[in-house]
Design a protein around this ligand. Structure first.
Ligand code: 3H9
Length: 699
């Protein structure tokens, strides 16, 4: 298939790349560009060349689907070098996004013309690699090392105006893009070639201190990641070496990144996040309902946060509370959140007022009668939820979608209280709801397809990562959190200190350990949950020590002490000998001889517990794909993205080994909590992976 075609416009050849959906640099595109360049170089009827793209975007990068396959010539770095070396002017005509290899091709061109809405960027770092076709050498030359390092490390999409100010774009046109590019090409004919790679960098200001500063500024957000440090080294090379040597260094470092397992994990996440909206039974043709107005029940932290998501995208919200005071307080918190953004320069005072103008407060259910979607975010008991849904059933207009933000409760039972269970589903937001990207969309037994389809689309509209889950206790995320927390807590009673457990999991890559997380969420929440469960339904050994702390008033960070203690106004957890005394007493009571537990053992137990529960969820059909579970854990629980989520991590260990480990734990710790998921056993015995399972069940 020809993906690069040529048309003549006077003496300018326009090459059009047409490789849907995003004009990725698949082999045929590289080959097409390269052979066209070779032919055009010696074609006397051609004075100049324009590279443009058909469809929605300029080239969005290398073809990620080709990664891992044996590379085929021509290689992209050679194609870019070939374009740059042309004696005839070459102009890139950019619309949509010129990303990764796409920007590298554009930087190989001698001029770049763009439309106002275009964006450019080098997002390779998000895929665990680095710009490997000269991007790390050419961008610092044209935009300066500081702008380049910002773009390469953040991977952000830089707007055309900003790129113009960096010199990356030469001209923004509001007319016809290709015509503007042709005009630029014609003007350049006869002038000396203008090659990005020949620009000299004034290295004076970019010595070791500059790079030390860069490393320091990104240390926190890049902790554990392999590629960012290599990106920095590439830009160091750009500053200190001639182009050819810099390109060689870039190649070596690119290969190092590509070989690192993180690249595979991050690329898995890229595709996993694009799979989530593929839902069995839902197609493009499935009707959608119009969501023009949203109602929220509850103006607490959760309700307010949820409401902000809709206001942010211009959907008006009515918030309901039982008392005026609570309503005022809730709206005030929302305002303060926006004002904080304004103080950081992210919003203007006018925008804050505009956003607040999207909110209407009410104390009456009747005011929700014109809402297309109503989400309740009230106290987490079935009794209260049922009361709310009975009211909603009374006031909501026909066709309104009714959603519960429950984190654990049975959505089928909630739906059954209404006369319209087909309109009911769960929309489980994560706290803080205006910040966290994850949204679990809980498909109840009777949820109508158009309700589900509407909410899957809506998740994208409000910029969430919406993953569909089935009804079960805790859905995907919280259900998996439970055995993870149990193993962490058992490690403490068996001999590890809370800070050792936290350090082990933090070093694995979690943003914080489970003990710190408990303190932050409030240790009393788990306590209350257990009180409601009955001692026979959970592992008392794991939690009696925690419950003693709660009973002694240690409810967590909010009261300045929990599993850790906290200095006034300081959120840093500090180990507390009083807590250790309680733990040691509880261990003694249980007849446990406390022994140190190596960090790897702590991590292994917690991870195996997560994976096994994930496999149960998958086997029961409560998640459609193993990769959906990965998306939940990475976006909702801070699981290190560079490990690709717990299910991908399991694949990297090998399911045979995972299964063997779980059987070993069964032997060692007893069968009560260590029953391998039937699906895990089946896959392990068949020598398959979760990725195989996803592939085989994709349809
Ligand atoms: C690179 O360039 C390396 C070089 O430096 C060096 C090499 C030596 N390849 O996101 P969407 C698919 S690394 C293959 O839903 P949007 C995507 O899977 C690359 N496929 O659309 C989806 O397929 P499906 C650096 C790709 O409008 C469909 O296109 N570039 C690629 O929301 C639509 O995608 C990047 O990292 C690709 N490169 O957003 C850019 N990109 O329909 C990655 C997309 O079957 N891409 N697909 O699910 C993006 O950021 C967004 O896709 C983009 C469009 C902003 C372009």
């Amino acid at each position: 298939m020809t993906t690069v075609s040529k048309t003549m416009h006077g003496r300018v050849a326009v090459l059009t790349v047409d490789n849907p959906p995003v004009n990725a640099l698949s082999h045929s595109v590289r080959d097409g560009l390269s052979s066209q360049m070779t032919a055009l170089a010696s074609d006397d009827s051609v004075d100049a060349i324009v590279i443009a793209c058909a469809g929605r975007t300029f080239i969005a990068g290398a073809d990620i689907r080709e990664f891992g396959a044996p590379p085929k010539e021509p290689h992209l770095p050679d194609v870019v070098n070939q374009i740059e070396a042309m004696e005839k002017p070459v102009v890139a005509a950019i619309h949509g996004t010129a990303l990764g290899g796409g920007l590298e091709v554009a930087l190989g061109c001698h001029y770049r013309v763009a439309v106002e809405s275009a964006k450019v960027g080098l997002p390779e770092v998000h895929l665990g690699i680095l710009p490997g076709a000269g991007g790390t050498q050419r961008l610092p030359r044209i935009a300066g090392p500081a702008n380049a390092i910002d773009a390469i490390l953040s991977g952000r999409h830089v707007k055309a105006r900003e790129a113009l100010s960096w010199g990356v774009i030469d001209e923004i046109t509001d007319g016809d893009l290709v015509e503007a590019a042709i005009a630029t090409a014609e003007k350049a004919v006869g002038k000396a070639p203008r090659r990005t790679g020949e620009i000299e960098i004034d290295g004076e200001a970019f010595g070791p201190e500059f790079f030390a500063g860069v490393r320091k500024s990104v240390a926190k957000q890049t902790r554990g990641y392999f590629a960012p440090e290599r990106c920095i080294q590439c830009v160091e090379a750009a500053v200190s070496m001639p182009l050819a040597e810099g390109l060689k260094r870039e190649r070596e470092l690119f290969q190092e990144c590509a070989k690192n397992p993180q690249a595979k994990a991050l690329q898995h996440m890229f595709f996993a996040e694009r799979q989530i909206s593929r839902i069995p039974g839902i197609t493009k043709e499935t009707p959608r309902r119009d969501i023009k107005k949203v109602g929220i029940i509850g103006a607490g932290t959760m309700g307010g946060g949820i409401a902000m998501n809709f206001a942010n995208v211009g959907i008006p919200v009515t918030i309901l509370e039982v008392q005026q005071e609570a309503l005022d307080r809730g709206l005030d918190v929302v305002r303060k959140n926006y004002e904080r953004s304004a103080a950081k320069g992210k919003l203007t005072a006018e925008q804050v007022e505009g956003l607040m103008g999207q909110f209407t407060g009410t104390l009456s259910y009747d005011d929700l009668s014109d809402c297309d979607l109503i989400i309740e975010a009230v106290f987490e008991t079935m009794e209260i939820k049922k009361k709310v849904f009975t009211e909603l059933d009374r006031v909501a207009k026909p066709g309104a979608i009714l959603a519960s933000n429950t984190s654990y409760l049975d959505v089928d039972e909630i739906a059954a209280i209404t006369k319209r269970p087909e309109d009911v589903l769960g929309l489980h937001f994560f706290s803080p709801a205006n910040v966290m990207r994850l949204l679990e969309i809980v498909r109840a037994e009777k949820t109508a397809d158009d309700v589900l389809a509407t909410c899957v689309d809506l998740a994208k509209t409000i910029r969430k990562v919406g993953v569909v889950a089935g009804v079960c206790h805790g859905f995907i995320g919280n259900r998996m959190l439970s055995p993870y927390g149990r193993e962490a807590s058992l490690a403490v009673i068996e001999g590890a200190k809370p800070e050792e457990v936290d350090a082990a999991l933090y070093n694995f890559g979690m943003p914080m350990g489970p003990m710190t997380m408990s303190d932050m969420a409030g240790v009393d929440i788990g306590y209350l949950n257990r009180q409601g469960m009955g001692r026979e339904n959970y592992e008392t050994k794991a939690y009696d020590w925690v419950d003693r702390l709660v009973e002694a008033g240690r409810k967590g960070l909010k009261v300045g002490k929990g599993i850790y203690k906290y200095a006034e106004g300081d959120r840093t957890p500090q180990p507390d000998p009083e807590v250790m005394a309680v733990i040691e007493e509880e261990s003694a009571k249980l007849g446990i001889e406390r022994k140190p537990i190596p960090a790897e053992d702590i991590v292994e137990r917690c991870m195996m517990a997560l994976i096994n529960e994930g496999a149960k969820i998958l086997g029961e059909g409560k998640a459609y794909r193993a990769s959906d579970i990965d998306v939940v854990y990475v976006n909702g629980y801070g699981y290190p993205r560079y490990r690709g989520g717990p299910m991908h991590y399991a694949d990297t260990i090998g399911l045979k080994n995972v299964y063997a480990k779980i059987m070993e734990f069964q032997e060692k710790f007893g069968p009560r909590w260590w029953q391998p998921a039937p699906l895990l056993k089946e896959l392990a015995e068949a020598g398959k992976s979760f990725a195989d399972y996803d592939r085989e069940n994709a349809g």
